[in-house]
Design a protein around this ligand. Structure first.
Ligand SMILES: Cc1cc2nc3c(=O)[nH]c(=O)nc-3n(C[C@H](O)[C@H](O)[C@H](O)COP(=O)(O)O)c2cc1C
Length: 196
């Protein structure tokens, strides 16, 4: 069994919805088990489901973009993970990341870079998203486009700021989230098989 953990923060439920769809996509891969973990439960090095992360073959980090960066709750988790760093506890696990924000761009790239650097600090193997951008030609259909914002190093979705999480992100972004989850699960499974 390949184990994947998703650690995310969500202040208002939108990033949580993305996390659930990333998990759904990952669970669709045979032999992959997924744990969804809130960064709120990992705010210090002593408490919380750190063992689940230790046992995971891959960890997907998820944060909303707040003021052009990852949220303070996510950052607190990232800093708390420094205790794991000291022992190289996540070295050679697969790492990946996603963010969600109000604007189509919204400086999401900066958040994705933070997540990638966190993985790099831990010596993890970064899995990008790399899907073709769905909205970059005159024939593209904005409403149906996958990877609409065209992020490559991770998943970037948009939640309209005046709508609740049961209405946004839209269907295309949620399908994109599932596709991303599936990709990271497949990469992690292959990584585990290669080690055997
Ligand atoms: C404190 C704060 C800062 C925000 N900063 C940004 C930002 O820099 N770029 C952006 O596009 N949206 C920004 N937003 C909008 C959120 O990214 C958006 O509402 C997102 O869906 C929130 O996710 P959540 O419901 O998981 O907390 C901000 C929202 C808050 C509350």
């Amino acid at each position: 069994m390949t184990k994947l953990a998703i650690v995310y923060h969500s202040g208002y439920g939108h990033t949580a919805k993305v996390a659930e769809h990333v998990a759904k996509g990952a669970r669709g891969v045979t032999g992959v088990e997924v744990d969804l973990i809130k960064a709120d439960d990992l705010q210090n090095a002593e408490d919380g489901p750190w063992d689940t992360l230790a046992a995971a073959d891959g960890i997907i980090f998820g944060s909303p973009t707040y003021m052009g960066a990852s949220s303070s709750v996510f950052r607190k988790f990232a800093e708390a993970s420094s205790k794991v760093w000291m022992n190289g506890g996540w070295r050679d696990k697969i790492g990946a990341g996603f963010t969600n924000s109000g604007s189509l761009a919204g400086d999401k790239l900066n958040t994705l870079q933070e997540l990638m650097i966190l993985a790099g600090q831990h010596g993890m193997i970064w899995a990008n998203y790399g899907a073709f951008p769905g909205y970059n030609t005159s024939k593209s259909d904005f409403g149906a486009a996958w990877n609409r914002a065209g992020h490559m190093i991770g998943l970037g979705t948009q939640s309209l700021t005046d709508l609740p999480a049961d209405q946004t992100p839209d269907k295309a972004d949620l399908s994109t989230s599932e596709d991303f989850g599936q990709r990271v699960a497949e990469i992690t499974k292959r990584w585990v098989a290669g080690k055997a």
